[in-house]
Write a protein that binds this ligand. Structure first.
Ligand code: 0GY
Length: 291
């Protein structure tokens, strides 16, 4: 492990906007507590404990009624902390796991029963060894019968090389944090155009989260939120948003999660777009049985 994480914001503001009923935080994490769920030796950062009770408290404070907890690299393929949170959260919580290629159907079924609906593959080099393509193909073959999807964390500047492989995976694809595009390079940049190209495929979904990661201007991160708005307006039925609490690998300007919610005024500027982003789309992907 290397860099020591900053603590998450101790007292986020109450957002100015009221979230629609059934709003879902579609990307957040639980870390530890380390005494019960130790971090993986392979982690490239040293997290602070961010246990489920704090996450649930944040969701109540911000107005989220549902959420998707995404396995973070600091726990590797040990999904116990995430699964423990899903079980405590009940049907309002779904999960994304990270798994080894030799996982079997029984283990996948147990994750499914806990609320897991997808697996995550990391292609960003700052989180460790990039995902192995053969292993991904094997895992995708195993999750397809469960109706799961693949969550992809990559840097869009690598899309020229990555896109053919990603398109060959025959499950729905959910892209993290707007493909981590360089928001200073303008919407005409090749990486953003390749991202849009990928999204023309109806299997692809985009998380318009991560403005605090992508921003070059700093708080309130509006330069990055503008890209979120472009994606929401263009693909209103295949976008998701999440807080990314407790914000791993943010080493300056730790965001106030209430202020991040307020960025949705830019990202989804009408009540209709906001409801699709926070309610309708996550419901279709994570709670289709309720439709
Ligand atoms: C995120 C982003 C990051 C970290 C992780 O799994 C992780 O550790 O996802 C990052 O470093 O950009 O989605 O939380």
């Amino acid at each position: 492990m290397s860099k020591i994480a900053l603590p998450f914001h101790p007292a986020p503001k109450i957002p100015d906007i009221t979230l629609p009923a059934g709003a879902c935080d579609a990307h957040c994490h639980v870390f530890g507590p380390a005494a019960r769920f130790p971090f993986a030796p392979s982690s490239t950062y040293t997290p602070v404990d961010a246990p489920k009770e704090k996450l649930f408290e944040l969701h109540r404070h911000l107005g989220f009624e549902r959420s998707v907890i995404v396995q973070a690299s600091c726990h590797g393929t040990d999904n116990r902390a995430m699964v423990d949170a899903l079980i405590a959260g009940g049907d309002a919580y779904r999960g994304i796991a990270m798994v080894k290629r030799d996982i079997d159907a029984g283990e996948l079924q147990a994750l499914h029963d806990a609320g897991v609906r997808g697996v995550r593959f990391n292609f960003v080099t700052h989180l460790g060894a990039p995902a192995d393509h053969d292993a991904i193909r094997e895992i995708v073959g195993k999750i397809r019968p469960f109706g799961w999807h693949a969550v992809l964390h990559f840097d869009a500047f690598r899309l020229e090389e990555l896109a053919p492989f990603l398109k060959s995976l025959d499950v729905p694809l959910v892209i993290d944090h707007m493909g981590r595009i360089d928001v200073a390079a303008g919407p005409e940049q090749l990486a953003f155009q390749l991202l849009i190209d990928l999204l023309q495929d109806e299997r692809c979904w985009m998380k318009v989260s991560g403005s605090e990661r992508l921003s070059r201007q700093g708080p309130p991160f509006e330069d990055a939120a503008e890209y979120g708005r472009m994606l929401v307006e263009r693909f209103p039925d295949r976008v998701l948003w999440g807080t990314d609490w407790p914000h791993p690998n943010i080493y300056e300007n730790m965001p106030d999660d209430g202020a991040l919610v307020d960025l949705l005024k830019i990202i989804a500027p009408t009540p209709d777009l906001l409801k699709r982003l926070l309610v309708d789309n996550p419901t279709r992907l994570y709670w289709p049985e309720t439709l």
